[in-house]
Every structure is written in structure tokens, then in C-alpha cells.
Design a binder for this molecule. Structure first.
Ligand SMILES: [Zn+2]
Length: 156
């Protein structure tokens, strides 16, 4: 994702969050103590937290998750082009779109943005586990697709 786009999303999230989250944020940990973000999202510990516990949308865990989504979409992009070069048809999108590289790249970027938007909606309505899972599932699906693209044998 372009940094300008990211900055715009961050600004939007800040604007929307500032009113509701400012009060809770006072006690928010700003320490740089390293935490295992990826693992933390998958442990049941999060569900044990009281539902009132909230966090900044653009916290470090989401930073990592969204970076993961962006990376997995890039993998999908490059693996799909690799797949096309080997003469197989892209089944999810038409070949015309996949072969139009700028348009396909925009679709991949759009998928990343849409995923962050869905995460934000879950966050806004207090579904913080679903918020994390949106990114985790997206990463899993996109990366799984990329692995499948690369592992398929060349058609000829
Ligand atoms: Zn949240």
C-alpha cells in the first residue's frame, strides 16, 4: 500500500477513534517492551479480557497484521503472474484483468484496503477478536493461494 494511502487511513481511524478512545487511551501502555503479536492474536487469552477493554485501532498488532495482509496480497499478485506465465488460466479473475498488470495490482491493493476497512468496522463495534481474525484469515487464504500457484506444475 502507498504510504500516502496508509497515512490517510490512519488519519481517518484517528479521527473516528479519538472521541471514543481518548479516555481509555490514557492508561494505554506506550512502552516498547517486545510482545509476541502474531501469537497473541491466536491465544484464547484475549477472549478472557473484559469486553470493555479496547485499544487503538492502529496499534502494533494491527500494524503487523495489515503488513501481513499486504505481503500476502503481494505474494498472490506475483504468484498469479508466475502462474499465468506458465500458461495456466486464472480462475478467480478473468485472464484479461490478470494480464492487465496495473489493474490487477490495483485489485490486490483494493483487497488489502477492504480488509483493513472490515477490520475497522469490527473494531468500531467492539468485535476485537473478529477484527484480528479478518486479517489472519485473509493472510491464510492469500498465502495459501500463492503457495498453490507456485506448487502447480507447469502446463506444457
Ligand atoms: Zn479493536
Amino acid at each position: 500500500m502507498h504510504s500516502s494511502c496508509r497515512a490517510a487511513l490512519a488519519a481517518l481511524a484517528l479521527t473516528l477513534c479519538s472521541n471514543t478512545l481518548l479516555a481509555q487511551e490514557q492508561g494505554d501502555t506506550r512502552s516498547d517492551a517486545p510482545k509476541p503479536h502474531a501469537e497473541a492474536a491466536q491465544t484464547p487469552a484475549e477472549s478472557a479480557k473484559p469486553p470493555a477493554a479496547t485499544h487503538r485501532f492502529w496499534d502494533r498488532e494491527n500494524d503487523w497484521l495489515f503488513a501481513g495482509v499486504a505481503i500476502s496480497r503481494s505474494l498472490d499478485y506475483s504468484s498469479t503472474l508466475n502462474f499465468r506465465r506458465r500458461g495456466r488460466n486464472e480462475v478467480l479473475l478473468t485472464n484479461a484483468i490478470v494480464d492487465n498488470h496495473p489493474a490487477f495490482a490495483a485489485i490486490e491493493a483494493g483487497a488489502t484496503g477492504a480488509s483493513i476497512g472490515v477490520s475497522y468496522l469490527f473494531h468500531h463495534y467492539g468485535h476485537h477478536r473478529l477484527e484480528r481474525w479478518t486479517s489472519l484469515v485473509h493472510i491464510g487464504v492469500a498465502t495459501g493461494g500463492a503457495i498453490r500457484n507456485y506448487s502447480l506444475k507447469t502446463a506444457h
